[in-house]
Design a binder for this molecule. Structure first.
Ligand code: ZN
Length: 183
């Protein structure tokens, strides 16, 4: 009986750590793989827990690898939260009920960078920041520094996209007015 459960646990462990081992077996590009370990495991656990067997797609966005899980079944997990959740990043896993629009993806990509930077300390720091903000009478989510950074990054990137389109169009001699570009 004990062996049976040990074998089951080992199975779960192997399933959860498979992406990490795949990376390790690769070209050693991700020398900081351990920083993603807790987040990736959580992300994978939530994905499997919602009955989703595999991610929708893996995408490289501005040098960051994102594992996108775009599936209505993540609502099961989102419903367990106190605040309404549109998308959520756990390690490199980005969970969303619907296909991610570019600005939301840019926001979540910044959270992947934060996971990379802080590794196992990220979640305690994140919740710590929210707690301190709340204690100071600020808003736990909106005034969390990690969220502020992610919003800034998404704003900057969509501004850069607009500039890029504007520059390309003026170079190509097909100038369009500002309002059109912003739609
Ligand atoms: Zn966020």
């Amino acid at each position: 009986m004990v062996f049976h459960w040990a074998a089951k646990l080992l199975d779960v462990w192997l399933a959860l750590t498979r992406p990490v081992r795949d990376v390790l077996a690769g070209r050693g590009r991700f020398r900081d793989w351990w920083r993603f370990l807790p987040g990736d495991m959580l992300g994978r656990l939530v994905m499997l827990g919602c009955g989703i067997p595999t991610p929708t797609r893996v995408q490289n966005v501005s040098g960051v690898q994102a594992v996108l899980v775009e599936d209505p079944r993540v609502a099961l997990w989102f419903r367990a939260h106190l605040i309404p959740v549109q998308a959520q990043t756990l390690g490199r896993y980005v969970l969303s009920r619907d296909p991610l629009p570019p600005d939301t993806l840019a926001h979540e990509i910044e959270h992947i960078r934060q996971w990379e930077r802080f590794g196992p300390f990220y979640l305690p720091l994140y919740f710590g920041w929210s707690a301190v903000a709340a204690l100071r009478g600020k808003r736990a989510y909106w005034d969390n520094g990690f969220e502020v950074a992610a919003r800034d990054r998404a704003d900057r990137e969509s501004a850069a996209d607009r500039d890029g389109v504007a520059a390309w169009e003026s170079a190509a001699g097909t100038g369009e007015d500002e309002t059109r570009l912003r739609t």
